[in-house]
Design a protein around this ligand. Sequence first.
Ligand code: PLP
Length: 455
Amino acid sequence: MERLFSEAAERGSRYLTEAARRRVAPRPEDVAKLEDLGGPLPQNPSDPTAVIAMLDDLGSRATMASTSGRYFGFVTGGALPVTLAANWLAGAWDQNAGLHATSPLGAKIEEIAAQWLCEIFGLPDTCGVGFTTGATMANFTCLAAARHALLKRAGWNVEDDGLFGAPPLTVVVGAEVHVSLLKALSMLGLGRARVITVPADEQGRMKPAHLPALNERTIVCMQAGNVNTGAFDPAAEICARAQQAGAWVHVDGAFGLWAAAAPHRSYLLKGICEADSWGTDCHKWLNVPYDCGVAFVRDAQSLRDAMIISAAYLHTGNKREPAHYSPEASRRARGVEVWAAIRSLGRSGLAELIERNCQLAKRFAQGLRQSGFNVLNDVVLNQVLVSFGSPETTRRVIADVQSEGTCWCGGTEWHGHTAMRISVSCWATTEEDVEASLAAIVRIARRVSISQSPG
Ligand SMILES: *Cc1c(COP(=O)(O)O)cnc(C)c1O
């Protein structure tokens, strides 16, 4: 066993060293070779060491090197080395973190991580906190608590009686709502098309003057961190309006909530702690390995009422049971890597990580503007949108940047423009990474512009 594990660890660390230097997207021929992982169903056992060797030999080269400092796709973050090491140890523990009885360690470390997270985000330490797979499920979990609370007030028990015949709830979202929040609404029976959509401004922020009349059966879903621009819905105004009406405010803060950790960015979140629930991801900006989201609900009882399970064999004492705060029962101990990240970074290290990423996004914007390209958003956080001219030119630049391999950026549509989307959210990204990536993008964009210009 020791040989197996030390070899896996060796292969893993070799991978990380190489991923930091190699091209970011895998070569198409290495992706094609993944077919060799298949073949007929194995009929007989193989040597575990050979299995790991095969996985590394075929798999590693076909990965997207998203742990590298030159990956700027989506908003993903990498994995701080200490969190990966903690993850390996936690893998060895193989704890079922659903119950205190099955993992006192899993339950305790989540409680500690939850307290620390509340303090980082400036949320009440009495919040109910649930660990989920990601922000989709964190939003789902928070909205289940909202659904419970609002219907309970109306005299309806949604967990017992479902939604058929229930008093209707109104859900309000911004025009720039994330698709995964709509998915959460669809899974909760609240309907993704049944929402009232509030128009957004040129940065994608909800316009509070356009909020509909709110009441005690309304859930307002606002966003902290737009996936294109990084912009924040104005929390102070939205929360004040909602509080007067007795409405519930939920915040999708998948990555934007982390701005609270950086003193120079926290102005973006003004008023956010007046909301009722908040969903975020740790696998994005905290840079822990997949997968880890967190749901925070001010009224912990509503979260418990929405999530609690009971059976004689699950009979528990008065300790916090992780499974009473999130949808899953059996699951991995997600608190471990969160604990390791915060223990290792400390408040100042986390602030430095977030701020450095934001500064590097600014550097991208500045370099692209200086080269004559059109940056489409106010770079207030870690997101940069850039157009290289016509939609075809921009799409061509994105495709060529991805295949050239120095860095990896995705594409998007923003208010009628086709744009390249740059997200700086990895702990590993350095100034050198940004300069090398900028140089590659500018070089490719100039070449594409020349080849596409008439004559
Ligand atoms: C990433 C993201 C989500 C979904 O998060 P997952 O972890 O992929 O489930 C939701 N909302 C926003 C704003 C996001 O950036």
